[in-house]
Ligand binder design. Structure first.
Ligand SMILES: Nc1nc2c(CCc3ccccc3)c3nc[nH]c3cc2c(=O)[nH]1
Ligand SMILES: [Zn+2]
Length: 378
């Protein structure tokens, strides 16, 4: 493997990767300049330097450890140089926990009207003002160094689903070349650069991608190109092919996942870190997440329901307010209604990953998973 010149601090030293039972489930601790964090972990998404509708103080209170932000959005507005002048993303948004930024590749393909992808990078039109923009590994890494996140992602192409084998092969090989260019452009010590495994839904391409990126020796690995509309069994199959090839003593981040049933399966395969816009997005249309599935608190059925969303939940919303009150706020388009459902959904996922960690440490993850799936999917 090619060690970095002037060894950057390997951020993710796993103190204890506690293995559990028949699979790769493990409880680890992730070291970053902003603290040591427990895994498995759910990371709230704060695309434009804010986790929508909640404050940093509330995030800290509910146990958030690392939050995510998007290079694509902040590059277009307000600009990553401006954030650097403000003292970096932690100062700008007053968050002293961990921050991870995505490299912008995914958002270019999923947001901006894409112009074209070449070996050099991706040309696109800004979804904000229609201006022509260009992102490359070098530009994306420089932007992320300006933002100053603790963990940054290599510039990659998230292969659309479905994709022809030939396209997936060429794109995956290019993503590996882009990962190498990302590495060369990354000169900020104390900041970890994770590579992102691609390969579409093809087992052999997934293995080639993982092996090539492991040879380049990154401090952690994202698993990309999933949660893009593929059936869940296909996602699990790709995890089964990919995770065992990644170093045990480095963190694995499954990008864009997800719902609790996906989280418990992915932890079983040895995933440590998750993100998903789902809890904050569905909250804004009045849907709460519970261990028995979704509860659309906006429904008329809850008009006179004076119980909390979940009476066993320790979140601010469930400790102080009823379904009837939250439904009233949502029907009246009151901002506080969105805040309460968001607070509950974030707390639910943060608490869920904490419970999985505890189960792994007590060597009872298997039964935890069985019980949860029986109740959740009913
Ligand atoms: N760079 C990249 N990002 C992805 C995301 C966004 C995760 C993200 C990070 C930070 C903030 C928001 C979203 C995906 N979301 C669902 N599937 C995804 C796949 C990829 C991918 O292959 N590559
Ligand atoms: Zn709650």
């Amino acid at each position: 493997t090619c060690a970095f010149a002037g060894q950057k601090k390997v951020l993710a030293a796993y103190e204890e990767a506690v293995k559990c039972g028949y699979s790769g489930a493990r409880a680890g601790r992730l070291h970053t300049p902003h603290g040591v964090f427990d895994t498995p972990m759910f990371m709230p998404v704060g695309t434009q330097a804010t986790v929508k509708a909640v404050s940093p103080r509330e995030l800290k209170e509910m146990g958030a450890q690392i939050i995510l932000s998007n290079t694509y959005h902040l590059y277009l507005r307000p600009g990553t140089e401006l954030v650097a002048e403000a003292g970096g993303l932690h100062r700008f948004m007053d968050w002293d926990g961990g921050i991870l930024t995505d490299s912008g590749g995914f958002q270019v393909f999923s947001l901006g009207p894409l112009r074209k992808i070449t070996e050099e990078g991706a040309a696109f039109r800004s979804h904000i003002d229609g201006s022509t923009q260009f992102l490359s590994p070098e530009i994306a890494i420089k932007a992320q160094m300006n933002l100053g996140a603790d963990i940054i992602m290599a510039f990659d192409e998230c292969i659309p689903y479905p994709a022809e084998y030939q396209y997936a092969k060429l794109s995956t090989e290019r993503t590996t070349r882009w990962a190498e260019r990302s590495q060369k452009a990354h000169t900020r010590s104390g900041q970890a650069l994770f590579a992102i495994v691609q390969g579409g839904m093809y087992q052999d391409l997934r293995r080639v991608s993982a092996n090539d990126l492991v040879s380049l020796d990154f401090p952690g690995y994202g698993i990309g190109g999933l949660s893009v509309g593929e059936p869940k069994p296909v996602m699990y199959e790709m995890l089964e092919q990919t995770v065992p090839l990644l170093p045990e003593n480095k963190p694995r981040y499954l990008m864009g996942v997800g719902t609790p049933d996906c989280l418990v399966e992915a932890v079983r395969y040895g995933i440590d870190m998750f993100d998903c816009v789902f809890p904050t997005r569905v909250a804004r249309n009045g849907t709460a997440m519970t261990k028995s599935g979704r509860l659309v608190v906006k429904n008329a059925a809850y008009a006179k329901d004076f119980l909390p969303i979940d009476e066993n939940c320790g979140c601010y919303a469930c400790q102080n307010f009823s379904r009837a009150y939250i439904r009233h706020l949502l029907k009246a388009d009151e901002i506080f209604g969105l805040r309460l459902t968001t607070i509950h959904n974030l707390y639910f996922l943060l608490d869920f990953t904490k419970k999985m960690r505890q189960a792994i440490l007590e060597d009872r993850f298997l039964s935890f998973r069985e019980e949860f799936l029986a109740q959740y999917c009913k």
